[in-house]
Write a protein of this length. Structure first.
Length: 263
């Protein structure tokens, strides 16, 4: 079932075209990889989908309660309420907050607090706070970091910080997860652990995942559909096997690396 429709989307900064007339459809449960050289427009497209950037042209629609709803030029907070969450190239945790509190920040939009309840710490306030605390601990247990719940996020290893960032995105209640270069800066063992972790959460939570990544081993090992951007233009789309053998993709991006991936 199609859940996200991107139609002729462009984003222009001054006279620079970052994304040019991009169109693609994403289906429920799919694992999509978006690849291409640096400056191809991958993160810009992510930012358009998740409300960080407005659209210069085109439409983005999301299936919400069975009907397609326009989300182009909608605020990031509203898009999060529709079930889309994301991570960033550079990890964006609250470094001086505890690991547990980082997860809890993702949940408050799901609970309504009035000024009266907050100020007087009513039964409803305390009940919701207790639920948020318990749910945050469950997410930490899910990513194997419950024992580090009370330390500062800055004290985690790089790979652990990535896991917390993904867990925080899932804690929003998202069913669609956008990951922007999650393996960047990781060593081989950390990347292997990340691959297994992402594969597990994709299946366990019936997620639709869209991934930007330069590590072709990760992309080819996880994704069932790949879109290739070059200078803001979509030059190819297909299965990993089709992308690996596409002459335009090899010339623009993969080069000799494609042989390493196949071997």
């Amino acid at each position: 079932m199609e859940i996200l429709r991107i139609e002729n989307v462009s984003r222009v900064f001054g006279g620079i075209v970052a994304v040019a007339d991009a169109s693609l459809s994403i289906y429920k449960g799919q694992f999509v990889g978006i690849i291409g050289p640096n400056g191809a427009g991958k993160t810009t497209l992510f930012n358009c989908i998740t409300g960080m950037y407005g659209l210069s042209h085109g439409n983005i629609t999301l299936r919400v309660n069975g009907e397609f709803k326009q989300i182009g030029n909608v605020s990031p907070s509203k898009i999060a309420q529709y079930g889309i969450a994301r991570t960033f190239q550079n990890i964006r945790l609250f470094e001086e907050m505890t690991v547990l509190d980082n997860i809890k920040t993702a949940m408050y939009h799901q609970y309504r607090y009035g000024v009266f309840s907050t100020f007087f710490r009513t039964k409803k306030f305390k009940r919701n706070e207790s639920l948020i605390h318990k749910r945050a601990k469950l997410w930490l247990d899910e990513v194997g970091l419950l024992d580090k719940r009370d330390i500062l996020a800055s004290q985690l290893s790089y790979g652990e910080q990535r896991r917390i960032e993904i867990a925080r995105a899932l804690a929003t209640g998202a069913k669609m997860l956008f990951l922007d270069e999650p393996a960047a800066g990781m060593n081989e063992q950390e990347t292997n652990n990340l691959i297994n972790f992402i594969r597990d959460i994709h299946k366990k939570y019936d997620l639709t995942i869209v991934l930007i990544e330069h590590d072709m081993r990760l992309v080819m090992g996880l994704c069932d559909h790949i879109v290739v951007l070059d200078r803001g233009i979509c030059i190819a789309a297909g299965t990993p096997k089709q992308i690996q053998s596409n002459p335009s993709v090899i010339a623009a991006y993969l080069g000799e690396e494609v042989n390493d991936v196949k071997d």
